[in-house]
Design a protein around this ligand. Structure first.
Ligand code: CDP
Ligand code: CDP
Length: 221
């Protein structure tokens, strides 16, 4: 039996991947995988346990023992609801540091692939189209200017009750982009054949329509 189809949505931080991927999944009636949440969960637990973000073996062992549960929009680890805690900016920064470790990436690979199920999966992250699901039926590389991404992330963090300045966020985003794009293992880059979408001047609806339109054309081909 052929494997369930996957739409891969990759791109830099705060480009709108999660929002777009979730809506595309809802519109198709498919599952949604937030792969960044897995890196953030490991980062949160590593920060708490005092594990160095460069200690690949310890991070891989930590990841293997976590068994996170996704219940709708809530994320549970060992019975604790970590949905909000993993969204803190320092957790995102730590996640991008530990994401450079090949042993940790390998430990998370099977977990991500297990999310693939009929009728389909929309997965967002940095390496969904390049490494995790190289046979995705559609690969999207979603981007936007640093300024608009910093403004979007600022609004989002304020709504969640975190404090941050746009200037600090712009600096963090630029550093995180550089680390994600320059790492040796699974660097962030458009997958071959990816649809590159710059959403700087696109609304959420326009971006979702562009992805759904590309998927329908792909299926009709
Ligand atoms: O998953 P990623 O970090 O790429 O981004 P996100 O969390 O989905 O989006 C960051 C914020 O930008 C959210 O609050 C979205 O509602 C907002 N956004 C937007 O204003 N316009 C878009 N075209 C896409 C996202
Ligand atoms: O929400 P935002 O786009 O800022 O980040 P995220 O998708 O939650 O991912 C947090 C960090 O995990 C990123 O900065 C990446 O370094 C890393 N990550 C990764 O390396 N590979 C993935 N597939 C997803 C996230």
């Amino acid at each position: 039996m052929p494997e369930a189809p996957v739409i891969a949505v990759d791109g830099p931080t705060a480009s709108g991947k999660g929002t777009i991927a979730e809506r595309v999944a809802a519109s198709l009636g498919w599952r949604y995988l937030d792969s960044g949440a897995l890196y953030r969960i490991v980062a949160l637990e590593a920060l708490r346990a005092g594990i160095d973000t460069a200690d690949g073996p310890a991070l891989a062992a930590l990841a293997q023992g976590l068994a996170p549960r996704f219940e709708g929009r809530r994320i549970l680890v060992g019975g604790e609801d970590v949905t909000e805690a993993i969204r803190a900016e320092e957790v995102g920064i730590a996640a991008s540091r530990l994401a450079t470790q090949p042993l940790l990436r390998a430990a998370l690979l099977a977990l991500q692939r297990r999310a693939r199920a009929a009728p389909g999966l929309v997965a967002d992250g940095r390496d969904m189209g390049t490494v995790v699901f190289p046979d995705a039926i559609l690969k999207v590389y979603l981007t936007a200017s640093v300024e608009s991404r910093a403004a979007r992330r600022h609004k989002q963090l304020m709504e969640k009750g975190f404090s941050a300045t746009i200037a600090d966020l712009s600096k963090d985003l630029a550093e995180r982009d550089a680390r994600d794009m320059q790492r040796a293992e699974a660097p962030l880059k458009p997958a071959e054949g990816a649809l590159v979408l710059d959403s700087t001047h696109l609304s959420i609806d326009e971006t979702v329509d562009a992805v759904l339109g590309a998927y329908r054309r792909r299926v009709a081909d």
